[in-house]
Ligand binder design. Sequence first.
Ligand code: PGA
Length: 251
Amino acid sequence: MRKKIVAGNWKMNKNLQEGLTLAQELDAALKGKQVNCEVVIGTPFIHLASVANAIDTEKIGVAAQNCADKASGAYTGEVSAEMVASTGAKYVILGHSERRAYYHETVGILKEKVLLALENNLTPIFCIGEVLEEREANRHFDVVKSQITSSLFDLSKEDFSKIVLAYEPVWAIGTGKTATAAQAQEMHAFIRKTLAEKYEEEVAENTSILYGGSCNASNAKELFSNPDVDGGLIGGASLGVDKFMPIIEAF
Ligand code: PGA
């Protein structure tokens, strides 16, 4: 059975003290509670070690939002997958549309990042999704398929089985414009079919595919009730426990 996951993506929000407070509040809110999904928080790099030390990481997985495409060396300002893993983080968000658009992360760069993440036992949460013009031109399936194929399909079946995917239509990110439950289900089913064609039915069935883009307390239940939507990657609504908990509890 594939995992249900609700993952927060804090992006570039919260200073260290604020981030620690948020993580501890979430930890307290989850204490003694039975939830029906894995909970992950994607914090800025500088928060990772402090957050991982301050919370029960069996209950809340910690994710970086990026890692370098090189293993180590003279790359000023970069943070390697090994460094991320050494903080206690277990996940790394890769290929977010903001990284692709603003920091020019190409499919080749993302391929390297995925390999390094896997080598360091981090679970990549790999983001894919089309921009509005691509959807309007009815190219969204092709775009998403090519994002998956180009960065991930050289992986062995065994390695691919460690990947979590997050479908985030770019037009829905931070815009308040969510994909409808039907649009999300249609794309998630297409993605799963694409995986089954390349690997095996079993791999496709076991891959968690999250939805992201203006997911919040009021639409999470409907989105998550789709058979191929295995959870969410949550930006804005992960920045407060009052907004994030109801999404976790939507499962
Ligand atoms: P949003 O962001 O929930 O604020 O739309 C989602 C994301 O970018 O991961």
